[in-house]
Design a protein. Sequence first.
Length: 216
Amino acid sequence: MATLLHIDSSVFPVEASSTRSVADAFRKAWEEQYPEGTVIYRDVAANPVPHITADAWFAGNAAPSEHTPEQSAAFAARVKLIEELEQADAVLIGAPMYNYSIPSTLKAWLDNVLLLGRTTGETRSAQGTPVIVVASRGGSCAPGTPREGYEFVQNYLEAVLKGTLGMDLDFIVPELTMAPRNPAMSELVPLYEASRKRAFEDATTKAKELAVRLAA
């Protein structure tokens, strides 16, 4: 029985968030294809995980017998998040672009699960785990666009999820999400609609393919 870890980080509700709505479509397709599967859900916008602290950091580099009470408590919170990642057969992450980067709440989650000697380093406990990232943005940072050089979401997450954690990374990118709301972007509405349609199609297709792959 496969387990999906689903992380949401958008500050907006599903009806106002491309990231949440596309990720929700992925999850529903996954559950329809794999009804006996398990979903671990974390909404780090609604219920933020602790930002990394000195206690949590130093505890990750010391033996448990050397931990102070504060370090033990902080490290226990990290371990819980790490164990959720390690239990997952697949991971789904909603990562909207805020000010050209990921939400700080998602960065906090990543800071907690990156632990040298366990999830990073020579042996990586989540290595090879498929991870689908829904990376929405209000404009476009696609190659050839004026904002190409401002793409810090996919580049960063590829370095962390694929390069550091060794996960099997794939992206779904709904873009131009501000076009229907911004009169200055009205000419881009057809491109937005095409991107949105493609994102939902990709979410459904990738979820079904992944569920079949894990069930094999």
